[in-house]
Design a protein. Structure first.
Length: 156
């Protein structure tokens, strides 16, 4: 079996993810509203679900705002990341799939000495290269970290 072809894929925030997170926030708010209407409660029993829904909505918004933008590149044997606007060389990284929705992927990138980086990658950003990217993230080729498991496994 041959390895996945080289691919360079643009990464950034997508409308689909914004809609997904907004929908989850609205569903949480609706659930709290139904709870408040059906439960004759006062004090902390009212405040707790409201605060929880607000924190969850803030968490979704914060997650979306902190998502990185740039380009993810598979050389055929190693992964590289270049943040948007960076002029220097790409950083070699290990890539781990954390969520696969067929038309979108949540990826975790790890590089030596850096904190993990989370990327939301959507088909809409480069539909002609989407299949190549999916083949690459599931490629059995070694990860960027020597001695580490393949890029799609769960790190220790």
């Amino acid at each position: 079996m041959h390895g996945a072809p080289s691919v360079r894929y643009p990464v950034g925030r997508t409308r689909e993810l914004a809609w997904l997170l907004a929908s989850l926030g609205l569903a949480g708010a609706a659930s709290v509203l139904v709870y408040l209407i059906q439960t004759p409660a006062n004090g902390w029993r009212v405040a707790l679900p409201v605060v929880a829904a607000l924190l969850a909505a803030y968490g979704g918004w914060s997650f979306w705002r902190r998502l990185s933008e740039g380009a993810l590149r598979w050389s055929g044997s190693h992964w590289f990341w270049r943040p948007a606007g960076a002029l220097d060389d790409d950083t070699e990284v290990a890539v781990y799939v954390r969520l696969d929705l067929q038309s979108a992927l949540l990826l975790k990138l790890e590089a030596d000495g850096c904190r993990p980086l989370w990327l939301w990658v959507g088909r809409r950003l480069a539909p002609t290269m989407w299949d190549d990217l999916r083949r690459a993230v599931y490629s059995p080729a070694g990860s960027a970290v020597e001695g580490a498991p393949t890029g799609t496994s769960i790190p220790p």
